[in-house]
Design a protein around this ligand. Structure first.
Ligand SMILES: [Zn+2]
Ligand SMILES: [Zn+2]
Length: 230
């Protein structure tokens, strides 16, 4: 099976393209789960999870399990006892995005409250953290929550690119094509000036891949016009 959008080779069970985030057209997959571009979580996730998996395999006998295993998942929870609250929240964010990307919705629902709880415990949330929260909310089907995160980012950084990423996905979930398209347009219009600011969250190893994928998606939506099939 290959991705209809970018041509990447996909596993037969994939529901989203790991490269560009496009939904894989599968009979029976409908609603918000079909349209979410999980590739936005960033290619950095793959490397991180590999590291976690290797750590887990090497240290399984010594390390106590800090979190019960998720239903339907043999992934071991990371050892969170040595992490700062920010690291812990980011690990959980990455975990949920990986699970969502591979369609393990049971496990997503298991880890999601933990991840959101970890962000709720942070004293302050910057734009990057609010983007993570918004993406987590989208993973749980909470489009309104993601829109609220976008709004809060906008109040401190009016043209931050994560505003438009969150909005596009949230309005896609809500079926509001006009607002979704506006988010793509706003993204493309503000992108050059924003990228020139070289914010750390835009960097390679952060969310550069996600932004690059979103740029392609924004251009594709601009060309294809309304009436496309999500
Ligand atoms: Zn693709
Ligand atoms: Zn981030």
């Amino acid at each position: 099976m290959t991705c209809h959008a970018c041509g990447a080779q996909l596993s037969s069970t994939a529901r989203f393209c790991h490269k560009c985030g496009a939904a894989v057209a599968t009979a029976g997959v409908t609603g918000w789960r079909a349209g979410l571009p999980w590739g936005l979580a960033g290619a950095a996730l793959g490397a991180l999870v590999t590291v976690l998996a290797m750590r887990g395999a090497g240290a399984r006998s010594q390390e106590p399990e800090t979190v019960a295993p998720a239903p339907g998942s043999r992934l071991q929870a990371p050892d969170i006892s040595q992490m700062s609250p920010e690291e812990r929240a980011n690990r959980l964010f990455n975990r949920v995005m990986m699970l969502a990307e591979s369609g393990k919705q049971d496990s997503v629902e298991f880890f999601l409250p933990m991840a959101l709880g970890a962000y709720a415990q942070l004293p302050t949330l910057d734009a990057d953290a609010r983007y993570h929260v918004g993406m987590l909310q989208l993973a749980g089907g909470d489009a309104k929550g993601a829109l609220a995160q976008a709004d809060t980012i906008r109040q401190s950084i009016p043209t931050h690119l994560f505003i438009y990423v969150l909005r596009a996905h949230a309005y896609q979930v809500l079926g509001n094509l006009a607002e979704e398209r506006r988010a793509y347009d706003d993204f493309l219009r503000n992108e050059p000036a924003e990228l020139a600011r070289k914010r750390p969250e835009y960097a390679q190893g952060a969310h550069l891949d996600a932004l690059t994928n979103f740029h392609s998606e924004a251009e594709r939506q601009g060309r294809s016009g309304p009436g496309r099939n999500p």
